[in-house]
Ligand binder design. Structure first.
Ligand code: GUN
Length: 622
């Protein structure tokens, strides 16, 4: 996969097939080789880049088999872009055993020129017993191993029913395959068990090779697209656009309606202005099916476009929060996501868009989890911790003078209230604290339990009352930049009181830090630092190998020292805890600094990508 944009586990990426590139996220409409009622140009004009059809049905039907072998699958179904073929696994799940072996059906897919070829995996049902599912995972892997992959894009489905360890195991094993569908989920999708799907998708994704496209087999209803993409799904296939059409039902991004209950088609529909719903009911079945299929595909690709826009502006998580309220099953899935701590390590350092705080659920957002984790670390320094009341501090505002006076005269940890939790006052301008839109709905019982938790870490957590003023003992600005730096790079006391802090004349916010007449760091609008080459040299000296580093080949180092970006394929080693979007030190194999720049992905993902930019270099160092 060539990564273009990302947000947490979601990404916009591209991969190459023999019949052209596919940009994800996208949906492959299912084409019935017996009955193809939308033309290639109709499919493309609605947004399809690629389609999926079934090699088992083609092989089983004499006329189709002969034509496919003679002219190829592209001619057979009349589509000249990328075609994925499925293997017959789903038919064996629905109808029982099928008459071909794995090798035979894969070989057939190769012969008819399929671009993405699926092995004959074993379908694991949600109700299957553990041992049975384990056997299916192992047998599916054995079948992958008996195939010669070569240059083909072979799809190796991840199975394992609802068992998290089996999904993890299957994802690790099947990552040998260049393309990874998540299989065995159709019964869960059909029964709206989105909460189970959340766990299955996460366990599959985080154990899979990130360079592989991940496909949710049968996930064709747009209401679950945003959730799936947020958890790392790149592709879907949809038979639902026809299945619902046959039922006289039409798709919307948040659900489904019956044609007979509809007042009119929405303005975005290709049917709007051409038919009233009642008129379409009177049409012949052939026309009705075709028209409804067009509407349904339009709904599908509009949702994909919205999701891509959301990834680009870093608001996909917010979008998921929004559509979580479209159906109780989606809401339950959303609540499940809140307890997934693993998302925190994929979350980028900040966002182009402000953080939206709605209610206490927003406190489980990966950004806030990172902030809470830091706060627990921050107060475990043995000092007394004072909780400041709300009337003295409001989020997003520069610290009031009274609070600064208090801070400067007492050697305490100072926590300020923020949406019902408490956070270090020094992070007041740092994302998400300083870049937030809040409903201001705060739950007091939550605050009490949070305070109890803080007390369990530091037994001297006490509310603010009047304290006798001592002599000035602290420098707020210096501590602020040191805390932000610690939050960002895990280095305490990076700055010292010989460093010069330059503030903006208009806003009063900290902007530049100068050491020995050299600019070492600049504070951005999101309240984090950008390193200069001189700042990078100081940071390198303070951090043990490989912290905050991306180590590159000698050839790349020379290139990067001139200011060019770092490509994934030249990386030799890196810090596995790098936060996506954070600044990193680009070094050669002798740990010599050659550039400073911004990591495009987290340290967890970095080893997987081979294509594209890993570090956007700010400045090279000769
Ligand atoms: N279509 C829907 N689910 C599946 C699955 O688990 N495996 C395959 N090969 N195709 C599917």
């Amino acid at each position: 996969m060539h990564l273009l944009y990302r947000e947490n586990l979601a990404r916009i990426a591209k991969f190459h097939t023999k019949h052209g590139d596919i940009e994800t996220p996208t949906v492959l409409p299912v084409i019935n080789p017996n009955l193809n009622f939308l033309s290639e140009s109709e499919l493309r004009s609605l947004g399809a880049q690629a389609v999926i059809t079934n090699s088992y049905i083609i092989r089983r039907t004499d006329s189709l088999r002969e034509n496919a072998l003679k002219y190829g699958v592209h001619k057979l179904i009349g589509f000249n872009g990328p075609i994925m073929t499925d293997s017959g696994t789903f038919q064996s799940y629905v109808y029982g055993d099928i008459e071909y072996t794995n090798k035979e059906i894969v070989d057939f897919q190769k012969k008819i020129g399929s671009d993405i070829i699926t092995i004959l995996d074993i379908f694991t049902r949600p109700e299957d017993k553990y041992e049975e599912s384990k056997h299916a995972v192992e047998e599916t892997y054995r079948r992958l191993q008996e195939i010669d992959i070569g240059d083909d894009i072979i799809a190796g489905p991840i199975q394992g029913s609802v068992y998290p360890d089996l999904r993890s195991l299957s994802a690790q094993l099947m990552s040998r395959a260049p393309y990874l569908p998540i299989g065995g989920v159709v019964p869960l999708l059909e029964s709206y068990r989105y909460d189970d799907l959340v766990k299955i998708i996460i366990n599959s994704k985080i154990n899979a090779d990130f360079s592989r496209p991940v496909h949710l087999f049968g996930g064709g209803h747009p209401m679950f697209f945003a959730f799936s993409v947020m958890l790392g799904v790149d592709l879907f296939d949809s038979a639902s656009y026809i299945k619902y059409a046959k039922d006289n039902r039409i798709l919307y991004h948040e659900g489904t309606r019956s044609l007979k209950d509809l007042l009119d088609f929405p303005e975005w529909s290709p049917l709007y202005g051409r038919y009233k719903p009642q008129e379409l009911i009177q049409e012949s079945e052939e026309i009705r099916l075709k028209e409804l299929a067009k509407h349904n595909l339009k709904a599908i690709f509009m949702e994909i476009n919205e999701i891509k826009e959301r990834i680009y502006e870093n608001t996909l998580y917010q979008y998921v929060e929004e559509i979580a309220h479209a159906h109780p099953a989606l809401y339950r899935a959303y609540i499940n996501i809140l307890s997934e701590n693993t998302l925190t390590k994929f979350q980028s350092i900040s966002s182009k868009s402000p953080f939206y705080y709605f209610d206490s659920n927003s406190l489980e957002n990966p950004w806030v989890k990172r902030l809470k984790n830091y706060t627990y670390k921050y107060i475990s320094n043995g000092k007394k911790t004072i909780l400041i009341p709300k009337k003295l501090w409001k989020p997003g505002m520069p610290t009031g003078q009274k609070l600064i006076d208090f801070y400067e005269q007492n050697d305490f940890n100072i926590l300020v209230p923020w949406n019902g939790i408490y956070i270090p006052v020094e992070l007041e301008n740092t994302f998400p604290v300083g870049q937030m839109v809040s409903s201001e709905l705060i739950f007091n019982d939550l605050r009490d339990s949070y305070i109890r938790y803080l007390k369990s870490i530091n037994d001297e957590v006490i509310p603010y009352t009047d304290y006798t003023i001592k002599e000035k003992i602290r420098d707020f600005d210096l501590e602020k930049i040191n805390t932000v730096f610690d939050y960002q790079f895990g280095v305490k006391n990076f700055f010292n009181n010989n460093d010069q802090i330059i503030k903006s004349k208009t806003t009063g916010h900290i902007r530049n830090i100068i050491r020995n007449s050299k600019l070492i760091a600049t504070m951005r609008n999101d309240g984090f630092f950008t390193l200069t080459p001189d700042g990078g040299i100081f940071l390198l000296a303070m951090l043990d190998y490989p912290l905050s580093r991306v180590v590159v080949t000698e050839d790349s180092a020379e290139f990067n020292s001139k200011g060019y970006n770092v490509f994934f394929k030249f990386i030799l080693d890196f810090d596995h805890n790098i936060i996506a979007g954070n600044d990193v030190l680009v070094v050669d194999s002798s740990d010599r600094l050659c550039a400073v720049g911004k990591a495009t992905v987290s340290g967890t993902e970095m080893k997987y990508y081979k294509d594209g930019i890993a570090v956007k270099v700010h400045r090279g160092i000769k």
